[in-house]
Design a protein around this ligand. Structure first.
Ligand code: 5GP
Length: 206
């Protein structure tokens, strides 16, 4: 089933930080050679273990602004105080070679893309609760307290946009979320538990 994609497709993933999006994307990609992650440009500094050209293209504000002027981005946004952008050249090259591309972007980026590109599969990952989200952010130990608080405020803003995505996937169990996403991507008629997930989303926003 994992090799059923016939041509390159654009698959957009968004989620609040800590919802498990990156781990799920990693698993999807490592299970399929026809899907790759788009490497974005960003002005934020690399975290420990991150590599230029693999995790991101880490560039300066000036370089970012130059690329923006040259219309080099499919979309770009300011996220948590830094600039991020999806490189047109990167994505086009993959799609032309029949490789599907996963975009791990925020909702501002998704809105720009959905206004300009029709054929997109969009998936929003939700956590089971806001408490669980905060716990995951603390446990992963990547961010200082003030950054975690900023990410939590941002999380609520992001969750409000989840309804605009094609699919809402609950990540309370990694394997189940992985199976849901695999089915969404490879079996377009797959019926997942949409109503249940929408109710969880409603609870998160209440
Ligand atoms: P992080 O700094 O933790 O890697 O990413 C922070 C947020 O920026 C995540 O929600 C991620 O999805 C988003 N992001 C990463 N790359 C891009 C991009 O190219 N465009 C947009 N709009 N958001 C991005």
């Amino acid at each position: 089933m994992l090799n059923d994609l016939k041509k390159g497709e654009l698959i957009v993933f968004a989620a609040p930080s800590g919802a498990g999006k990156s781990s799920l994307i990693k698993e999807i990609i490592s299970n399929n050679e026809n899907i790759e992650l788009s490497v974005s440009a960003t002005t934020r500094s690399p975290r420990e273990g991150e590599t230029h050209g693999k995790d991101y293209f880490f560039i300066t504000d000036n370089e970012f602004n130059d690329l923006k002027k040259k219309d080099a981005f499919i979309e770009s946004a300011d996220v948590h105080g830094h600039q991020y952008g999806t490189l047109k050249s990167f994505v086009e090259e993959k799609l032309e070679n029949n490789i599907s591309v996963v975009l791990d972007i925020d909702v501002q980026g998704f809105i720009q893309i959905s206004n300009s590109i029709k054929e997109v599969i969009s998936i929003f990952i939700i956590p089971p609760s806001l408490d669980e989200l905060k716990k995951r952010l603390i446990l992963r130990g990547l961010d200082a307290d003030d950054v975690i608080n900023r990410r939590m405020e941002n999380a609520i803003k992001e969750l409000k946009h989840a309804k605009y995505f094609d699919y809402i996937v609950l990540n309370d169990d990694f394997n189940r979320a992985f199976n849901d996403i695999t089915s969404i991507i490879f079996d377009k008629n797959y019926e997942y538990n949409e109503t249940y997930n929408k109710n969880i989303l409603k609870d998160l926003l209440d």
